[in-house]
Design a binder for this molecule. Structure first.
Ligand SMILES: [Zn+2]
Ligand SMILES: [Zn+2]
Ligand SMILES: [Zn+2]
Length: 465
């Protein structure tokens, strides 16, 4: 039975069915039992630091759990109040309120528990954490405007992840969308400073001749009777309007005169003009430039996609093994183990041939994934081709930990297997280092297949190395 957990006992009396811990105890707690984190928000700035510490934690069972505000202070900014999964308005003694929250969080908590690795504190990649937060909530993440962040827009539930830096949330979401892991619906369009990414930009009219924004603006008046056209100030005589050319008084707009446009005059260089140029100046870095040189971004509301659900559950690297699978037909680990046993027995019996077990680790697949952005699928397909070219169809291959591969090379001595691995390494280096300037961390180990070797122990030793 999961219990809500109050983080930091701020002088309250905690009822029996609520756990209570200090923030520093999160590590030691078996938080499988925790249904949500209750955070005292009567001082919201203090509470916010606790929430940031929870969301920045590396273990999914900690950072993904719902966060509930206790005694929420009305003065907190909208993006902070919306970052909560729930609110407890009437204190901890209201067990009905707690029960209701627990049942509301059941879907999210089950999602967290279904992860293959909820206990491992390994989610260091911020894009992956964003993906998992969105997938675990399974609702639409709507942007909220704010002046507290220079991006001008924030996604409340993701905010605590970015509490130590003032940018990255919009870029991370765009990256995930480019991977088709989340999908966005149009909310608005916004301008950002092209040099510092601030959303706070002053748009102003400027003199096309000297660039000054010290301008006089006047309406242009056209007198129908004599066709005279001049600025409004030339027609003003006290409270009435008199034509400076024909001296007749003007009474009704649309009857004896109209205002065809606006006239600008520059106080700096005296230039008169009708079409001012538009200049933008960033409030944050002070840089001025034409609007077309600033950055425009679509602001969207995001939800998880089907492929995103899969990547959130099994890791972004899973994309690579999926592509590889379609090229090479990876076999299951159980089938691999069976085949190994048969092959070892066959070699022992006939004493004629040699086969080799090859272990390959390509450890930076997730870094590569983030680096590649929209090109990930294409490059992973090329990488799969390298694998396919080197590993013959008769080889039996299985994937473990998404970036670790075990291969049985039948009728292949360790010397030949060595050569194959070298070719594989060269192919990978050529693709990644030469084309993408990415230096992959690849390691390998080759053993002759014998009945005396314990397969599981050998593989485990390689995984630990
Ligand atoms: Zn001027
Ligand atoms: Zn006139
Ligand atoms: Zn700027």
């Amino acid at each position: 039975m999961r219990k809500p957990c109050l983080v930091g006992k701020d002088k309250q009396v905690v009822p029996e069915d609520v756990l209570s811990i200090e923030l520093t105890m999160i590590e030691s707690l078996d938080s499988q039992d925790v249904s949500c984190w209750i955070v005292d928000m009567s001082d919201w700035r203090k509470g916010w630091q606790k929430i940031a510490a929870i969301r920045e934690h590396l273990s999914p069972k900690v950072y993904l759990r719902p966060v509930v505000y206790l005694h929420a202070d009305n003065s907190m900014p909208a993006e902070i109040s919306k970052a909560a999964d729930g609110q407890l308005a009437h204190g901890l003694d209201n067990s009905k309120g707690l029960d209701e929250l627990s049942s509301r969080f059941e879907a999210t908590n089950q999602w967290i528990d279904h992860l293959p690795d909820p206990n491992a504190a390994v989610d260091a990649n911020i894009a992956f954490k964003v993906l998992r937060l969105i997938a675990s909530r399974n609702n639409v993440q709507e942007p909220v405007t704010t002046v507290r962040r220079k991006s001008g827009y924030v996604y409340p539930i993701l905010e605590p992840l970015f509490s130590k830096r003032d940018e990255g949330a919009l870029e991370t979401l765009e990256f995930l969308e480019a991977q088709k892991l989340i999908s966005g619906d149009f909310v608005s369009k916004a301008h950002f400073c092209s040099s510092c990414s601030s959303a706070f930009i002053n748009f102003k009219e400027a003199c096309p001749q000297c660039g000054s924004d010290d301008l006089n603006v006047d309406e242009l008046v056209h007198h129908f009777r004599c066709a005279h056209m001049a600025v409004m100030s030339d027609f003003k005589r006290g409270s009435s309007m008199v034509c400076p050319k024909c001296d007749r008084e003007l009474h009704h707009i649309g009857v004896d005169y109209d205002k065809p446009s606006i006239m600008y005059s520059c106080n700096h260089c005296s230039h008169g003009f009708q079409e001012p140029s538009i200049m933008t100046t960033c409030y944050n870095c002070g840089r001025s430039t034409e609007p077309e040189n600033q950055h425009t971004r679509l602001i969207r509301a995001y939800s998880i996609s089907a492929i995103g659900q899969n990547a959130a559950s099994y890791g972004m690297e899973a994309l690579f093994s999926k592509i590889l699978d379609s090229e090479l037909q990876l076999c299951s680990f159980d089938a691999f183990r069976d085949f190994y046993r048969v092959e070892a027995a066959r070699i022992k019996r006939y004493k004629k041939s040699e086969s080799s077990l090859v272990m390959i680790a390509l450890r930076d697949i997730d870094k590569l994934y983030v680096r590649l952005g929209g090109r990930a699928t294409e490059v992973f397909a090329e990488l799969s081709t390298v694998f396919r070219t080197v590993l013959r169809l008769s080889d039996v291959i299985t994937a473990r930990n998404e970036s670790i591969f075990f291969v049985i090379m039948t009728e292949t001595s360790t010397t030949y297997a060595e050569r194959a691995v070298e070719r594989l390494h060269e192919g990978i280096i050529e693709l990644l280092t030469n084309n993408l300037d990415f230096d992959p961390d690849m390691s390998s180990l080759i053993k002759p297949i014998t009945v005396d070797m314990d397969l599981d122990q050998t593989l485990e030793a390689f995984l630990q190395s």
